[in-house]
Design a protein around this ligand. Structure first.
Ligand code: ATP
Length: 325
């Protein structure tokens, strides 16, 4: 095993989560997941989708709490159908809904859950204290949870997920119910856990704009199906095409560039041109000058992650993302 629990085979670290054609139908006919094949690498992964997309169902299957109707899922190398108990001992889970007893202290609660993951009494107590310190509840650790704010309760849920030295954290809507400052603090905390502690983290959220800030990888699901999966770096780098907008004469410019061998795609008021090499910039600039056109803007195109993940993305961008031969 690797230090953080992901199994290693001949020195090659495998994905922390792998699903193959995963499906889940609930009694009554609701299809929550269908044909879902994804692979989650170590790091921080955002699992995004609207309410009802199937995120919580996926998490319950990954924890071995719910059997899939079709397909397979492996977590830290273990089959969720047969090794649920093993997986739950190695994975920290922060549930979406409030599930905290109001009349026990944070220390008692987190220690108790540490015992339930199999830790001896002293280790559970020590790890609970440590986890509560990490989430910023050291001072308040002996207070009854019922007296806590929503933000503090979310942090208790995160702390209990941290005990037992997990190799993976599954966090279901961790910013639920928090105000903007509380959301920022929770996201910063998750980012610190994922980067400084080196624990693989999966954060389920319906707010893409929020979790994209802390993730290395994003997996978007819609109606239980995979919409898109990609690393953040591959999405935020400049795509290789140029957007040019002229006040007037766009048709003449397109014809001129076409005559010089460039492929031009109109998009709203702009022309999009694949950038095969540096010469394209000069060619476009010279064409605008030669035709005497008023130039509004000329820029290499960047896309916001949210735009790339929108449902219409694959068809809308496909025709311009690939430079033409
Ligand atoms: N126990 C159940 N029985 C029947 N249908 C269910 C059950 N649990 C979830 N569903 C349905 O399965 C679909 C996926 O639900 P799920 O809770 O996994 O989505 P989600 O993305 O986590 O959404 P949310 O963030 O609102 O919880 C929804 O249509 C939901 O109504």
């Amino acid at each position: 095993m690797t230090p953080h629990g992901a199994p290693a085979h001949y020195g090659v670290r495998v994905s922390v989560i792998e699903t193959q054609d995963l499906g889940k139908r609930y009694p009554g006919g609701v299809t929550a997941l269908a044909g879902l094949t994804v692979s989650v690498e170590p790091g921080i992964t955002g699992l995004v989708g609207a309410n009802g997309a199937g995120k919580s169902t996926l998490i319950k299957i990954l924890l071995g709490l719910l059997p899939p109707s079709d397909g397979t899922a492996r977590v830290l190398g273990h089959d969720t159908r047969t090794d649920g108990e093993l997986i739950r001992a190695r994975v920290g889970y922060m549930p979406e809904h409030d599930c905290l007893p109001p009349d026990v202290s944070a220390t008692e609660f987190v220690t108790h859950l540490g015992r339930m993951t199999g830790l001896p009494a002293t280790a559970a107590k020590e790890q609970a204290a440590e986890a509560l310190r990490h989430v910023g509840l050291h001072e308040e650790r002996y207070r009854q949870i019922g007296t806590f704010s929503t933000g503090m309760k979310q942090r208790v849920k995160l702390a209990q997920a941290l005990v037992g030295d997990p190799g993976l954290l599954l966090l279901d809507e961790p910013t639920n119910g928090l105000d903007p400052a509380g959301r920022d603090a929770m996201l910063a905390l998750i980012h610190r856990i994922g980067t400084e502690f080196g624990i693989a983290v999966v954060v389920a959220s319906h707010l893409l704009s929020e979790i994209e800030r802390i993730c290395d990888q994003l997996i978007a699901i819609e109606g239980g199906r995979l919409l898109r999966a990609a690393t953040l770096s591959s999405m935020t780098q400049n795509v290789p095409w140029l957007a040019v907008e002229v006040e007037e004469g766009a048709d003449r410019l397109a014809a001129h560039l076409g005559a010089h061998g460039l492929t031009v795609h109109p998009e709203n008021r702009a022309l999009l041109i694949p950038v095969a090499d540096d010469g394209v910039f000069d060619l476009v600039r010279d064409a605008v000058a030669d035709l005497g056109l008023p130039l509004n803007r000329m820029e290499q195109r960047r896309h916001h992650v949210e735009e790339l993940f929108s449902a219409r993305q694959p068809t809308d961008l496909a025709h311009v993302a690939e430079p033409q031969p």
